[in-house]
Design a protein around this ligand. Structure first.
Ligand code: ADP
Length: 316
């Protein structure tokens, strides 16, 4: 069963359709990277999923419970770490977690155990009596994650969990996310594309309120190593002569001297041999990687550029 099922979710601010008919699912074991430029609708979506903002249209089921019809049970299945963690810095860690346990409606006899377990999982066993204000940012973030998992929710939503941390702290928090992913479904909102590549097994991109991309990381990595090469030739032949080289699957001319070739055997050996044998003047050969960053830029920036260009044309 899906941990989260979102169907045709819509949210307006005034007339602005900030989230525009999005649908997706999250399954056990998923660490889903939720990406998008500023203003794309990520926080609005996360606030709706965590039950803090009502949708105008659509349905959200959390572990089978309808968030709108059965909000108590649905919310019990969600742990949320907002971008600004809701920490009371004048409290000690244990005191704060006990307070959160009550907010999560954990039964009294179970509170001590729940706190112990969350602290163990977040590496906070030695920190129970420390004031939150005196902890490093990385440890404060661990406390934020501990409050999100205290009630053993099936789903954890983490909004920009590594922003402002140093590289070692970032690594620790990413390791923690991967560990948590073994037992929970996780949605990770982030701007940091390498973070998605190192932590997530699925990725989706939202732009202007719409989902514009959805993929398994494994498929993305397969595509990346699938034999695309950019070649630059001083004396370029006709495109058909390049097609005639063995194992060439596809050729695209980028400009007079540059071609994007796709080989079926993933190597560039035949094309290099042909370039040398036929005196095509091989200047450059670049393995062409379809990175997440490229996909992100193509899907989100090109739109803006297009509208900038259109506006410029209208104005001129
Ligand atoms: P993201 O988290 O991807 O940066 P948001 O969900 O915060 O995007 O915002 C999506 C859109 O909705 C943006 O255009 C933003 O300006 C607008 N928006 C967000 N919150 C409000 C609000 N409380 N009132 C009016 N507009 C809002």
């Amino acid at each position: 069963m899906s941990l989260i099922t979102v169907n045709n979710l819509v949210r307006y601010y005034g007339n602005h359709r900030a989230v525009d008919n999005i649908s997706f699912t999250l399954k056990t074991g998923d660490i889903l990277g939720f990406l998008g430029p500023n203003g794309a609708g990520k926080s609005t979506t996360m606030q709706m999923l965590s039950g803090n903002l009502a949708p105008h249209e659509g349905e959200i089921h959390i572990n089978g419970f309808d968030l709108l019809d059965d909000p108590k049970r649905a919310k019990a299945e969600i742990g949320y770490l907002p971008e600004q963690p809701p920490l009371y810095k004048e409290m000690m860690v244990d005191e704060y977690l006990a307070y959160c346990a009550r907010l999560h409606r954990i039964e009294k006899p179970r509170i001590d155990n729940a706190i112990k377990l969350a602290k163990t999982r977040c590496g906070l066993m030695e920190s129970g009596h420390r004031l939150i204000a005196n902890l490093s940012k990385g440890y404060q973030q661990r406390v934020g994650i501990a409050q999100a998992i205290l009630h053993s929710p099936k789903v954890i939503i983490l909004d920009e969990p590594t922003v402002g941390l140093d590289p070692n702290q970032i690594r620790e928090i990413r390791d923690l996310i991967v560990k948590l992913g073994q037992e929970h479904g996780i949605i990770l909102c982030t701007h940091i594309l390498p973070e998605v590549e190192s932590v997530c097994n699925r990725v989706q991109i939202i732009n202007k309120g719409k989902l514009v991309y959805e993929a398994d990381m494994a498929d993305l990595l397969d595509e990346r190593t699938a034999g695309f090469h950019e070649i630059v030739l001083l004396h370029p032949p006709s495109i058909n002569q390049i097609y005639a080289v063995a194992d060439i699957n596809n050729v695209e001319r980028i400009n007079d001297n540059t071609f994007l070739v796709h080989t079926t055997n993933s190597t560039a050996e035949n094309i290099v041999n042909a370039a040398v044998a036929n005196n095509w003047g091989l200047i450059k050969l670049i393995p062409h990687e379809k990175t997440l960053e490229q996909i992100f830029v193509d899907l989100t920036l090109s739109d803006e550029k297009r509208s900038d260009k259109n506006n410029a044309e209208i104005e001129s």
